[in-house]
Write a protein that binds this ligand. Structure first.
Ligand code: FMN
Length: 393
């Protein structure tokens, strides 16, 4: 399916309607797309990025449909294989094509795809290439997604090809975003899973691309945006350091004791005006958990003691939160046990990146008793106080 963005600019990438999992971890309930953009100038033609290797035939067929006989420049914004994987095929199909990228990206692609060094033409920040009546400028946008990632800006048409930046795993037949609730949800999921650990870089990169006059943002996954401020503002909201007045309770419970604790804590928090989101770590969609993590001020990890440590699913939840580095400020670890062990230590060690202000762990024996509920009331009060201290409650 070919999607025309404007005169001479086409998305010739591939749609993956039923992709269910990405990077062997990220669920993609709306499928995804690998967008490759063909830019046809009065003198020369450029292709920006390619597609997953298993989607080569779709890219090839789109190029044939557009009767592309020659590609002068193949611009690679990002070395990850879902965008770079068909570069070798394009080099083979168009032996004269110049492969354009930055030095870091070249080094990745030499390792990942075994492309020989002499095939590359290296560009840097602010460099341009002319296609005749169209000019493409390169903007280095590191860490959205990898350290080598860059964006390409089509000056005359004011289109930013932002690669993974502003992307979403959504398969669509339409070119520009619509049905915004769905696009917002999937763009947030993408941000949460892929971009959140690099929030500081994102802020810098937003400032950088905002210096350009942008009419269209064309990312490498999901629909393009003909109202760029929509997705830029969403990103600004997600990276804003002020968290929401919300506690995320991630729990596991084998025999309902920890569950009784978290349900009680949720009620206590709700009665104090703190919003709560609870996720059972044995069944939750990890993408949804990642999305919750984008906003919350407090993370509560709740796990019984299992084999002298925490339940493995709780360790996974802690590890994931730690890796995603959300803006949360406060944390608590609670759970139930039978005879003893180090669940709290294990969970704490797995949260070390986050620099959370942690409440003293609340571990209780068996089913919670009156005293134990009082401890949870105290924890709820502490969370309430902390949220008031930072001005979100
Ligand atoms: C497989 C398994 C392993 C356990 N290992 C420990 C342990 O090492 N230390 C401990 O204190 N309790 C252990 N327990 C007991 C539980 O921690 C205890 O029953 C707790 O109350 C369960 O909480 P839950 O109802 O939220 O699952 C274990 C229980 C199970 C089922």
């Amino acid at each position: 399916m070919i999607k025309k963005l404007t005169e001479g600019v086409y998305n010739v990438g591939a749609i993956d309607w039923d992709r269910a999992l990405f990077d062997e971890i990220v669920q993609t309930p709306q499928g995804t797309s690998y967008n490759a953009y063909l830019v046809v100038g009065s003198e020369k033609t450029a292709l920006i990025d390619t597609v997953e290797p298993f989607k080569w035939e779709e890219l090839e067929s789109n190029l044939k449909q557009l009767n592309v006989k020659k590609i002068d420049y193949l611009i690679s914004n990002h070395a990850e294989q879902d965008h770079s994987g068909c570069i070798p095929k394009i080099l083979e199909m168009f032996p004269e094509v110049k492969l354009i990228t930055n030095k870091k990206c070249m080094q990745f692609e030499m390792d990942l795809l075994h492309i020989p060094e002499d095939r590359f033409t290296i560009i840097d920040e602010g460099d341009t290439i002319s296609l005749g009546d169209k000019t493409i400028e390169f903007i280095m946008t590191p860490w959205v997604h990898w350290p080598e990632t860059m964006s390409s800006y089509l000056i005359e048409d004011k289109i930013l090809f932002s690669c993974d930046f502003f992307g979403s795993h959504v398969a669509t037949s339409y070119t520009f975003a619509k049905y915004y609730d769905k696009v917002y949800h999937e763009a947030k999921r993408y941000y949460a899973e892929i971009m959140m650990p690099f929030r500081n870089f994102i802020e810098k990169n937003i400032k950088k691309v905002e210096q350009k006059d942008i009419k269209i943002i064309a990312p490498s996954h999901g629909p393009a945006f003909d109202n760029p401020e929509y997705i830029i503002n969403a990103y600004k909201e997600w990276i804003d350091p002020t968290p929401a007045n919300m506690a995320l309770i991630l729990f596991v419970s084998m025999h309902e004791s920890t569950r009784k604790m978290v349900e009680y804590l949720a009620d206590a928090l709700e009665s104090k005006g703190v919003d709560v989101k609870m996720r059972n770590l044995t069944t939750a969609d990890i993408g949804e958990v990642a999305m919750d993590l984008v906003d919350v001020a407090t993370i509560v990890l709740a796990s019984p003691i299992v084999l002298a440590g925490a339940h493995p699913n709780a360790v996974y939840g802690a590890y994931l939160a730690n890796a995603l580095r959300p803006k949360a400020r406060f944390g608590a670890i609670i759970g139930s046990y039978g005879w003893g062990g180090k669940a709290a230590d294990v969970l704490k060690a797995n949260l070390s990146n986050l620099k959370l202000e942690l409440y003293e762990p609340v571990y209780i024996k068996g089913l919670p008793k009156a005293d134990d509920y009082s401890k949870l009331d105290e924890l709820a009060e502490w969370i309430e106080t902390k949220h008031k201290e930072i001005g979100v409650l």
